[in-house]
Write a protein that binds this ligand. Structure first.
Ligand SMILES: [Zn+2]
Length: 477
């Protein structure tokens, strides 16, 4: 028989234990909320922190989508019920979306922290936690347009190279393809092969953002702007082309040794006359030429919201031989550029000089459909004036109407502006990269800028420009 005093004592102990448990429960919730909502990215990303991994104990890694809602990366389960990452389109988005398994790359790496975070309601998270279930992670919506990406990928076909397409007025990247490529589903299995430089040409490299290519005649956009600035915006120019330009012991030929005859600046540009541009380049003040190139973001880190990009390089000085300066003015010499950078220059021209910073990650959405965060377009600033842009626009229109790209069928209902390029990259001048950079505008004023490079393909007008036409068609249809 328990007396009244003992009974009271027991009740008091139960009461204290109850309070303690309740306190612990509250502390656990506070810790949990704090972890979920305020977990430090730096802490999670710390390489010495074992918690940082591809998958998490609490959250199922979220999906990645195109802007039009196609799943391009998701978490599934293998036969032993282990979480695995699946890329339904295999190679199609590999360089941009990246992979997990052999470390991480691309958006998978850049947004790993966010994909492993769940922003469903706290109540649902706690219920999942108490039931021993993981909560679904947030999903990343990219700026990709599925059909445009597919057109770029298929159009590049078996060629190595890159295609990138950007909306000039926002900076949204709607397509980004690089080849050679790899299948992110089997990256771990074939890792040794993929990274064996004797077997392939750096398949992991994203040539769109990190390729270092000779710009070829697409660089005449830069030379033209330098000429306009040297003449206070006046585009008066005259040159008589006899098919070649000789400087010191070096001869620069026009494409196919064609004699372009008497040309003004618009004609020299639309014909892509090497002789006229070699002559023009030698007339320019070298420091001013460098200055113009740097206004167009050569020799500097590109302003983008992407994780890695390659600096482009343009270097001449007073000691540079005239023959080298002449070659540099037509996009040969030691100048290198990435397709992304050329696409940014064209975007700025299309946007009357204003560059919007390119980006791929549009928004994060919780598994219950709430907007977690949204990327707002970022205006970098004016790369060139509105007047300069409009002159270059008219020259780029002439390339398509009556110049090197006049035979390319860009389809109905689009006004296209562009510049072709055929870039030498070895001693063998018969082997050339095929370039096209430009933009299209539809009847409603919507614009899309593209840069295409097909390695070793040949004439820009024959290969890269028709591929750009396919990209425009897919985007605007
Ligand atoms: Zn010529």
């Amino acid at each position: 028989m328990i007396d009244k005093k003992t009974h009271r004592l027991i009740r008091k102990e139960i009461y204290i234990v109850g309070i303690l448990f309740f306190g612990l429960f509250i502390a656990m919730i506070v810790y949990f909320c704090n972890y979920v909502n305020n977990g430090s990215k730096e802490f999670i990303y710390n390489a010495y922190n074992s918690r940082f991994s591809v998958f998490s104990d609490d959250v199922v890694r979220g999906n990645i989508y195109t802007a039009d809602g196609k799943v391009i990366a998701k978490t599934a389960y293998d036969s032993e019920d282990n979480e695995v990452r699946v890329y339904p389109d295999e190679r199609l988005f590999c360089h941009a979306v990246g992979y997990v398994g052999q470390g991480m790359a691309g958006l998978e790496a850049q947004y790993s922290f966010d994909l492993l975070k769940s922003n469903i309601t706290l109540e649902d998270q706690i219920n999942n936690n108490l039931a021993g279930q993981k909560s679904p992670g947030d999903s990343l919506y990219t700026t990709f347009d599925y059909d445009t990406q597919l057109a770029a990928f298929d159009g590049l076909g078996m060629f190595d190279g890159a295609v990138i397409a950007i909306e000039p007025d926002t900076g949204r990247i709607v397509a980004m393809v690089s080849k050679p490529d790899y299948d992110p589903n089997t990256i771990a299995k074939y890792w040794d092969d993929i990274t064996d430089s004797t077997k392939n040409k750096s398949s992991l490299l994203n040539r769109a953002t990190s390729g270092a290519y000779p710009p070829g005649s697409t660089f005449k956009i830069v030379t033209t702007l330098a000429y306009l600035r040297a003449n206070n915006g006046d585009d008066t120019f005259s040159y008589s082309c006899n098919g070649k330009f000789e400087i010191d012991d070096y001869t620069i030929h026009c494409s196919g040794n064609k004699k372009h005859g008497s040309e003004d600046l618009l004609k020299a540009f639309s014909n892509s006359c090497n002789s006229a541009y070699a002559y023009m380049g030698l007339e320019l003040d070298r420091n001013a030429f460098i200055g113009t190139s740097e206004d167009l973001l050569f020799n500097t880190t590109l302003p983008t919201l992407l994780d890695t990009t390659k600096k482009s390089s343009f270097k001449i000085d007073d000691k540079t031989k005239d023959s080298i300066v002449a070659q540099t003015a037509i996009g040969q010499g030691s100048t290198t550029v990435s397709p992304l950078h050329m696409c940014m220059i064209v975007s700025a021209i299309a946007n009357d000089g204003v560059l919007m910073e390119p980006y791929l990650a549009d928004k994060l959405i919780s598994a219950d459909g709430q907007l977690v965060s949204q990327t707002e377009p970022v205006e970098y600033g004016q790369l060139l004036t509105k007047e300069e842009s409009q002159l270059l626009q008219s020259y780029m229109a002439a390339v398509v109407e009556e110049g090197t790209a006049e035979k390319v069928n860009f389809g109905e209902g689009l006004t296209v502006y562009g510049k072709t390029g055929t870039a030498e990259y070895t001693e063998d001048k018969s082997v050339t990269h095929s370039w096209f950079v430009g933009y299209a505008v539809d009847d409603n004023g919507n614009k899309l800028a593209v840069a295409v490079i097909m390695e070793g393909a040949g004439y820009g007008s024959k290969y890269a420009a028709p591929l750009a036409a396919k990209v425009f068609e897919a985007y605007f249809q």
